[in-house]
Write a protein that binds this ligand. Structure first.
Ligand SMILES: Cc1cc2nc3c(=O)[nH]c(=O)nc-3n(C[C@H](O)[C@H](O)[C@H](O)COP(=O)(O)OP(=O)(O)OC[C@H]3O[C@@H](n4cnc5c(N)ncnc54)[C@H](O)[C@@H]3O)c2cc1C
Length: 365
């Protein structure tokens, strides 16, 4: 309701139960699970508009101050209660006293928060690490699924390793994009789509992620994901790699002349053709190829020589914080929410955790 009141699109996809049952029924023949999930699509351009309206609403009507280019470095606590934060702003240290602190650093700040939590003796558990590729195909291959679902959330357990592989963040008519972590030094792949028809492309892209849960003694899943991303960056001179599925299956790299022959035209123009088998562990690569082959049964044409695979896609939300039901940590009045706390994996859930905390604080006040 809040998003809608700030101008979000009212359309909800994934409600046509007859069509969904049909896709589900078809998928079940091939050991594929379709996760039912009604979604709204904001669209890249409207997401910006909606957030801008929220920003000005907060500035103009509430006592809110945004502090750009300000890095929280340390959470200050005394006798089990939070006292404030130490920040670095334009090269200078500042201390901000606070009765309540809500830590919501997103995926970009997840590693910082995981290491800071150790100093505060906060408990975290390892979530699964999600590593994989971004797949790009012509709209004609996915349209019959995305028309009703917008996002087809498919799950398959790979044949060789029995690893969970899932599709994530599907963008019909979308573009593949590059995002950066660690002050820009690590490039990983992502995707998005515009809402307006004229901005849509001829391609659909989505992530295929292999989920792995590490067991003790290993407790640095984010570092593991970054290491693999860096390996891909090393081979491309610092950017994203793209490979045709046909070349991967033939055990050869994609080069510029092979990429030119592709009938799927890459939407991420800066991607460098290469060989993902030098980057992804065998477990991930095999699981992805087996899953593409399986998903081809419900999206014929997916297992094709011109299906483009971009690497690597990594989701940095691997340390999940222990909190109570209102997302308060064991340190009194210190809350942690959103993707950076490993609690959510998307915009709406992250937003909802904020509401829960706001309600808890106003109740205490
Ligand atoms: C390309 C792309 C497409 C996406 N598409 C979708 C989609 O279609 N649907 C969906 O549900 N989700 C999507 N997401 C995910 C969605 O954006 C996130 O799930 C959501 O923004 C998480 O919200 P958050 O508040 O937890 O973190 P963020 O929105 O990441 O906010 C965290 C903020 O904290 C700041 N920060 C980090 N560390 C510090 C620090 N130490 N000090 C001060 N500030 C700090 C960061 O700079 C950032 O501004 C997409 C993400 C990307 C990148």
């Amino acid at each position: 309701d809040i998003y809608l009141s700030f101008g979000a699109n009212k359309t909800v996809y994934g409600l046509n139960s007859e069509k969904i049952d049909k896709i589900k029924y078809e998928s079940s023949k091939y050991n594929i699970r379709l996760v039912e999930c009604p979604v709204r699509h904001l669209g890249t351009e409207f997401a910006y508009d909606v957030l801008k309206k929220m920003y000005y609403h907060l500035i103009e009507n509430t006592n809110t101050e945004f502090s750009e280019l300000t890095n929280v470095q340390k959470i200050i606590e005394k006798d089990g209660k939070v006292k404030g934060v130490k920040v670095e702003k334009k090269g200078e240290d500042q201390y901000i006293e606070a009765k309540y602190v809500v830590v919501a650093p997103g995926r970009g700040g997840a590693e910082w928060w995981a290491s800071e939590s150790k100093k505060l003796n906060l408990k975290t558990v390892n979530n699964a690490v999600d590593i994989g590729v971004r797949v790009e195909v012509p709209n004609s291959i996915m349209d019959h699924l995305t028309k009703d679902l917008y996002e087809a959330k498919l799950v398959y357990y790979s044949d060789t390793f029995d690893n969970k592989v899932r599709t994530f963040c599907m963008n019909p008519g979308g573009v593949v994009s590059e995002e950066h972590y660690d002050d820009g030094s690590i490039a990983v792949v992502n995707g998005h789509s515009y809402s307006e028809k004229k901005l849509r492309t001829d391609n659909t892209n989505f992530a295929m992620l292999v989920s792995t849960s590490f067991t003790e003694p290993f407790d640095r899943p984010i570092a593991y994901g970054k290491y693999i991303a860096e390996l891909g960056n090393m081979l491309t001179g610092g950017g994203i790699m793209v490979q045709r599925l046909g070349d991967l299956l033939k055990g050869r790299r994609t080069n510029y002349s092979r990429l030119k022959k592709s009938t799927t035209i890459p939407t991420l123009k800066s991607a460098v053709p290469g060989d993902l088998s030098f980057v992804l562990p065998q477990r991930h690569l095999t699981s992805i190829v087996e899953s593409i082959k399986a998903f081809d049964k419900v999206a014929p044409g997916l297992y094709s020589k011109n299906t483009l695979l971009y690497g690597v896609e990594v989701k940095f939300y691997s340390s999940k914080f222990a909190t109570n039901n209102n997302f308060e940590t064991k340190i009194e009045n210190l809350y942690t929410i959103g993707d950076g706390a490993g609690i959510t994996r998307g915009l709406m859930q992250a937003s909802t955790t904020g509401i829960v905390v706001a309600r808890d604080i106003s109740k205490k006040e």
